[in-house]
Design a protein around this ligand. Structure first.
Ligand code: ZN
Length: 656
């Protein structure tokens, strides 16, 4: 591992201990082999002056909720050092009391809660303290002769701390252990099954000691192991099976999940190991991963429903075996799965959650193979892992993220998604927590929808092959399909029946009617195994109230409405709801330019404003109004409604 220290960058924070602390913390955070997603913590001891001019010795320690990779000055909590040192001397301290006492000792009540390791940082008598959960170090400690190996690598100048639960217990253990020792004779500490500490009065020295310590573990492992197995053949695809696995896991979780399938060479290679079922169920890389990944992975076999059921049962047994009175069992759903010969699947109620699990999984499967080669992947007993999983301080981290949004974990497909009602539906679904695949013939869709929660696909809906590819791309990306908002449509030039050009008629039927049947044909197999699946069809007021000159449009939309009614009948037994929206007088779409609006208003001898509000409620209808109703129809509010036709038009006397 290389030091990323740069004199030029560091010069900018010279003479400012906290700025330097931020700088080297970020250097640690940039290396995922050292820390992952909130793991690790750092501190600096300095002084701070309060409102009354009194100077205090202060420990600035990483605040909970911050990542080392992106931490800033305000991410460090300023805690009075004397209070922390006094706490270290207590016989006993409940972790919740510890957090309260630490907060009470902060110079800034608005700062984040200090890390649970704050007391440990305080008792280490150096200004800069760095702590990581380095893969290489933990891999070596997670073996049967881990402690011997650590002593062989580091010798006398690195102290070894047996595993103790993080928090007060760990600080107290280190305090007791080091009371008779001379810190000047120590280059760092290795915490078994947990990670490493380095320290110095200089930011660069503390950081570079960490790099050196970790490099020595990496070299030790490299000379004794072969690289983890990789598989270069792409895995065969079975998207229907993926969607079925996702459904079972979502049911166990009590809410829809996304399923992120990784068939990359490392994940695939791991899934092909003979003893993968054993390796993936021994325990996590470090106990703090348990709140993200659970203790074990799901190992898939023939029937995902049965596999998930067994996982849930064994999770409940693990809870019963280890729980003390008063604890409530957390949701028993797996967070990642081994899909033999296909790779791994990570689950999350959001893409971010699934990504965090996937990052931890990538490091875990590598560490497992390193440890196996070093003598055996040997993790902590389950009671230690349980203690961390059900630790109030870890649970508080999860609770801070709040309750998930209404459509969390849902996967939607929207057609005609690049503008107008379609784009408003995409944004509305995202606001409610869903991920969305958007189809549009406009190539701009690809850049317009390009983030973790959306996938823009250029697609001509009259091209069956392109549409099949698009549906599969969405399922491959997110693991299934729950919601279809079928919005695509074209409005042909107005013409009486005897003047309609054949191509204009055919094109309207192809886009406004036939493409929808083709799309549903592709989606129905996935919707049948979706989470509370729903189809929302954007039809038109032309269905209940046709107008002269719009035959090609009205006929196609009437056909589409009939198609949706039949779909509601056919799909009801599978729980798929199909509802229909009839929008009208939506003037904020590309179709209605200022010129067109002015021309129409002039035609009726009214102002543009009057023209836009010519409805019973005298109100303007926007594409967002339509989208809000479409999103509601896709959600739980309409869970008992199917085959319904609802107008969103401000009220039309011809329909009322
Ligand atoms: Zn730690």
């Amino acid at each position: 591992m290389q030091s990323l220290w740069n004199d030029g960058e560091a010069a900018a924070c010279r003479d400012d201990p906290l700025a330097l602390r931020v700088y080297t913390s970020r250097l640690l955070g940039r290396e995922p082999d050292l820390v992952l997603h909130g793991g690790g913590n750092t501190s600096v001891k300095t002084t701070a002056t309060d409102l009354f001019g009194n100077t205090h010795a202060v420990l600035y320690v990483k605040g909970s909720g911050w990542d080392l990779e992106t931490i800033e000055g305000p991410g460090f909590a300023p805690v009075r050092l004397d209070a922390l040192l006094a706490m270290a001397e207590l016989e006993q301290l409940d972790d919740s009391d510890m957090v309260r006492a630490q907060r009470a000792a902060m110079l800034d009540p608005n700062a984040p809660s200090p890390s649970v390791e704050a007391i440990l940082h305080a008792i280490i008598p150096f200004d800069y303290v760095d702590h990581t959960h380095a893969d290489a170090v933990v891999s070596v400690t997670n073996t049967p002769d881990g402690e011997e190996a650590i002593r062989e690598i580091y010798g006398e100048r690195v102290w070894v701390v047996p595993y103790v639960m993080p928090g007060f217990a760990l600080a107290q253990a280190v305090n007791t252990m080091t009371r008779e020792k001379d810190w000047a004779e120590c280059d760092g500490m290795i915490l078994m099954n947990h990670g490493a500490f380095t320290f110095a009065d200089d930011a660069k020295a503390a950081y570079e000691k960490m790099i050196e310590l970790v490099s020595r573990a990496e070299e030790y492992a490299a000379t004794r192991t072969t690289p983890p197995r990789t598989s270069l053949e792409p895995p065969s695809e079975d998207l229907e099976a993926l969607a079925a696995i996702r459904r079972s896991v979502g049911a166990a979780r009590g809410g829809a999940v996304l399923a992120r399938w990784d068939g990359d060479p490392a994940s695939l290679g791991f899934s092909e190991l003979q003893d993968v079922a054993d390796l993936a169920t021994r325990g996590p890389l470090t106990p703090d991963h348990v709140i993200r990944t659970k203790r074990t992975a799901l190992v898939l076999g023939e029937d995902p429903a049965v596999d998930v059921e067994q996982y849930v049962a064994s999770y409940r047994e693990y809870f019963e075996r280890n729980a003390s009175e008063g604890l409530t069992c957390l949701d028993p759903a797996p967070r990642w799965a081994i899909w033999p010969k296909r790779g791994t699947i990570c689950f999350g109620r959001s893409p971010k959650e699934a990504r965090i699990v996937a990052d931890i999984k990538d490091h875990t499967i590598r560490a497992i193979q390193v440890a196996e080669a070093l003598g055996g992947w040997n993790v902590l007993p389950e009671k230690d892992v349980f203690e961390v999983e059900y630790w109030v301080l870890e649970q508080a981290k999860l609770a801070r993220s709040g309750s998930p949004p209404l459509l969390a974990g849902k996967i939607a497909l929207v057609t005609g998604a690049a503008s107008g009602i379609g784009l408003a539906c995409v944004r509305g679904l995202q606001r409610l927590g869903a991920v969305v695949g958007g189809l549009d013939v406009d190539p701009a869709i690809v850049e317009l929808m390009d983030s973790e929660t959306e996938l823009g696909i250029e697609c001509d809906v009259t091209d069956d092959g392109a549409m099949a590819d698009a549906v599969r791309a969405i399922v491959r990306q997110y693991g299934g399909l729950d919601i279809v908002i079928d919005n695509v449509g074209v409005f042909p030039t107005s013409a009486p029946i005897d003047k309609i050009r054949a191509e204009a008629w055919d094109h309207s039927i192809a886009v406004n009617l036939t493409s929808h049947q083709r799309l549903w044909q592709l989606c129905i197999p996935f919707l049948r195994i979706g989470a509370d699946p729903a189809v929302v069809v954007i039809a038109s007021k032309n269905v209940p109230a046709p107008g002269p000159g719009a035959a090609a449009y009205s006929v196609a939309k009437a056909g589409l409405t009939q198609l949706a009614r039949v779909a509601a009948l056919e799909l009801g037994e599978a729980g798929v709801r199909v509802n229909i929206l009839h929008p009208d007088k939506v003037y904020d779409t590309a179709l209605w330019t200022t010129e067109v609006l002015e021309a129409r208003a002039a035609h009726y001898g009214v102002s543009v404003e009057e023209y836009k509000t010519r409805n019973v409620l005298r109100t303007e209808v926007s594409s967002h109004d339509v989208a809000d109703l479409a999103c509601a129809m896709a959600g739980p509010l309409f869970s008992k409604t199917t085959g319904a036709q609802v107008a969103v038009d401000g009220g039309d006397i011809r329909i009322i």
